[in-house]
Write a protein that binds this ligand. Structure first.
Ligand code: SAM
Length: 216
């Protein structure tokens, strides 16, 4: 790795650590996954900056701080099966693949899904399965999941996702919920008796569009 790139990665880790990403494994995963491989040629110089960047079909690759906070909130130990809604560039899925056993990632745009699949294969990431569909309905074939992460903004928690979350205490859904313009990053965590909910703070995501999300 050249010295400049190494320094950019170090600066990014310092910034997201200050922003609340304290889990060393999550920081390591963010340092390991080459974010520059997931952003457009014209945005290469910003690949290691703590900001969301445009990808195709009017979508975005999320800000690294948010990727870190959402991943950390899943509290992964390495043995989990995770469902991601909103593959986008495939970056978040690649970060999850560093920390979990298996990831199913759903994207509604087939072009984005195909590009992400190819990118992940080129990087040798073999534990992510990218599927095309309406993620508001989850992916029942793969259920139950130990963790579900939604990387687009929902009006409410889609019922299908709650149903497809494992019953084991500690299983979690991380999802931005609110209006199309601003949301709270919510965590729903299974306990012995119910689903405990808490917020990680305000965020702004592109809309989750589908049967149990926003209409197009
Ligand atoms: N996780 C992505 C990454 O690492 O690049 C960023 C995701 S981007 C902020 C949100 C993505 O959710 C977009 O690619 C969008 O097309 C997708 N999306 C929106 N509604 C969806 C749905 N119902 N099912 C699946 N994907 C959806």
């Amino acid at each position: 790795m050249d010295a400049d790139r190494g320094q950019l990665i170090k600066n990014l880790l310092t910034e997201i650590n200050r922003g609340g990403v304290r889990d060393r494994d999550v920081l390591m995963a963010i340092a390991t996954v080459p974010r520059d491989a997931f952003v457009r040629t014209e945005a290469q110089h910003q690949a290691w900056e703590n900001r969301a960047l445009p990808i195709d079909d009017g979508q975005t690759i999320s800000q690294p701080l948010i990727v870190g906070l959402m991943t950390q909130a899943l509290n992964l130990t390495g043995n989990e099966r995770i469902l991601e809604i909103g593959t986008g560039s495939g970056y978040q899925a690649a970060v999850l693949a560093e920390l979990a056993r298996e990831v199913v990632s759903i994207e509604r745009y087939s072009s984005l899904a195909e590009t992400a699949r190819k990118r992940l294969a080129d990087l040798g990431v073999s534990t992510v399965r990218v599927v095309i569909g309406d993620g508001t309905k989850g992916w029942p074939e793969g259920a139950p999941y130990d963790g579900i992460i939604v990387t687009a903004a929902a009006p409410h928690l889609p019922q299908a996702l709650e149903q497809q979350l494992s019953r084991k205490p500690g299983a979690r859904i991380v999802i931005p919920i609110g209006s199309p313009d601003d949301q709270e990053l919510m965590v729903y965590e299974r306990t012995d008796s119910n689903l405990r909910e808490y917020t990680l703070g305000p965020v702004r995501f592109v809309p989750l569009i589908g049967e149990q999300g926003w209409q197009e």
